[in-house]
Design a protein around this ligand. Structure first.
Ligand code: FAD
Ligand code: MLT
Ligand code: ZN
Length: 488
């Protein structure tokens, strides 16, 4: 309260003692960006699966405000939950109980952009698409792209170490983030907004916060290297008879298109059917391919359109000749490029429209990537949770898979009529046991959050977890930063 009262001339102190009327409260809270009314959207995640009970949302405007808030919360042992665009898929961005939400949306300035190096420095609350548009107007692009770009924030992307659609080409944020400004739990500001590609002076502290999911501090500023926008973009969609041929196409694409390949995504036909069912504006560019169990979307980013198109056509010819695909379509023009991407990027939304969704974001060796979906489907059938021929009595509606083949990352989605412990008990910990047995990771790109915090040992050894806990204790000894999730 003392910190807040410092901002508003002592009025908030009175407010806490309930001595002002609602009108005053509304105006004071409004000025501070403290929203007391209608907190629903801050308390529910994108999937409507995780619900918090926060009664206070703070929306700071500067790093100093973040620092003062954390200093105060730390001294009073008040737990906080950092929140960006609230598009996370593991319940990390909403409170578990009544943690104070610190939402970064008002810190949305682009601080600088260097047109020589392509380094952008911005506030953590800048929406990814806005950053991409800003650098796009200057001939650059964000190294990261994902379906939630219109809502997620760069600070949220960094805090989840989001992978996205082009990691295959432009690498992970561990490589493209050059510096961070972070506020620690006690209010200390770590200013490391370096714009240097190379900086080997001591430990690279920023790496700790990339993927920390708000457990170590609040990211307030970001320095990120953006690549040049390509002169030529090509996108093809292939209908593929089986998973083995998805991998054959990947191998073939790497040998034909290696230096220009920018994305290699796949989805099963069930995913496509859901998109066509729920997102009415989209059409299948490859009609009459119902026999194909899979679809591959591949993209090239290059510097010479004719050269790239010739190469991609040669790849398509080779794939058809070897019968690795039954049909293929090369997008003609920007509109078709967008339409094909819209199918792939629309899958999460379409799944959400089907009902409750259980999402598993798993890394596995490529050879066993899709088998995850098959074994889980079989398990659900054996447990009589999924009755494919008895829709009325089946708890599960669909089991489907899609994802980033190029990164060895599958998204297993199980849609159900509603969230139900019988479904959950059939899937977990089975899915994590399968992942561990096959040398995978239980969190490829979405993080652990409240969903997977307790399963961390399926992917990390006791020794590693101990070191993580020691780091957490060092930076956040009172445990106020995003508690009840992982490293609890
Ligand atoms: P939030 O959801 O608000 O928060 C996510 C986590 O980061 C929370 O733990 C939160 O506490 C923490 N956090 C947020 N901001 C800060 C900050 N400034 N400082 C410290 N901690 C913070 N993920 C991928 O990896 N690849 C994809 O392709 C992808 N596609 C998606 C498509 C859709 C349609 C949706 C809904 C989600 C997708 N995601 C994807 C998941 C999600 O991780 C990303 O959308 C994004 O990185 C989350 O950013 P956000 O700003 O919404 O963060
Ligand atoms: C994706 O690749 O589409 C995202 O990670 C979101 C999801 O898994 O649904
Ligand atoms: Zn993904």
């Amino acid at each position: 309260i003392s910190i807040l009262s410092h901002w508003c001339d002592g009025k908030l102190e009175i407010l806490a003692e309930d001595e002002v009327n609602n009108e005053d409260a509304e105006s004071i809270l409004g000025k501070l960006g403290v929203l007391e009314f209608d907190l629903e959207s801050y308390n529910v995640d994108w999937m409507k699966k995780y619900k918090g009970k926060s009664e206070i949302v703070l929306r700071p405007k500067s790093v100093q405000e973040v620092s003062e808030v954390l200093k105060y919360c730390n001294s009073e042992n008040l737990a906080v939950c950092p929140q960006g665009g609230n598009t996370g898929l593991v319940g990390g961005g909403v409170s578990v109980f009544d943690e104070i939400i610190i939402q970064l949306g008002r810190m949305n300035e682009i601080r600088s952009f260097d047109e020589q190096s392509g380094v952008a420095v911005c506030d953590a609350g800048v929406i990814l698409e806005n950053l991409d548009n800003f650098v796009g107007e200057r001939g650059y692009m964000c190294p990261l792209d994902l379906g939630a770009k219109g809502t997620c924030q760069i600070g949220g992307n960094i805090s989840t170490n989001a992978g996205g659609l082009r990691l295959l080409r432009y690498g992970s944020l561990h490589g493209t983030v050059l510096g961070l400004e972070v506020v620690l739990a006690d209010g200390t500001v770590l200013n490391n907004l370096s714009m240097l590609r190379k900086d080997n002076t001591g430990l690279d502290l920023k790496q700790l916060f990339i993927g920390a999911e708000g457990s170590l501090g609040i990211v307030t500023g970001v320095s990120i290297l953006t690549p040049k926008k390509p002169n030529s973009v090509n996108v093809a969609l292939l209908a593929v008879p089986n998973y083995e041929f998805v991998l054959e196409n990947f191998k073939l694409a790497k040998s034909h298109l290696g230096e220009i390949l920018s994305a290699f995504e796949f989805f099963d036909s069930k995913s496509l059917q859901l998109v066509l069912k729920h997102l009415n504006q989209l059409r299948n560019p490859l009609p009459n391919t119902e026999d194909s169990k899979f679809y591959v979307l591949l993209e090239t980013h290059g510097s010479n359109f004719e050269h790239d198109q010739e190469k991609i056509e040669m790849f398509l010819e080779a794939a058809m000749e070897k019968e690795f695909c039954s049909n293929g379509s090369l997008a003609q023009g920007e509109g078709q490029v967008r339409d094909i991407w819209a199918i792939r990027e629309g899958i999460p939304e379409a799944c959400g429209k089907e009902g409750a969704v259980y999402k598993y974001d798993i890394s596995l060796p490529l050879k066993s990537l899709y088998s995850l979906c098959e074994v889980v489907e079989k398990k659900l059938i054996n447990d009589k949770i999924y009755l494919p021929n008895d829709f009325e009595n089946s708890l599960v509606k669909q089991v489907l898979g899609y994802g980033h083949v190029g990164d060895g990352n599958i998204h297993l989605n199980i849609s159900a009529k509603q969230y139900d412990s019988r479904v959950l008990n059939s899937i977990e910990p089975f899915v994590y046991e399968f992942t561990k047995k096959n040398q995978g990771s239980i969190s490829a790109e979405h993080g652990l959050g409240v969903m997977k915090g307790k399963f961390i040992s399926y992917s990390k050894s006791d020794e590693m977890i101990t070191v993580m806990k020691n780091i957490k204790n060092l930076l956040d000894p009172n445990g106020i930063m995003n508690p009840y999730k992982f490293l609890v």
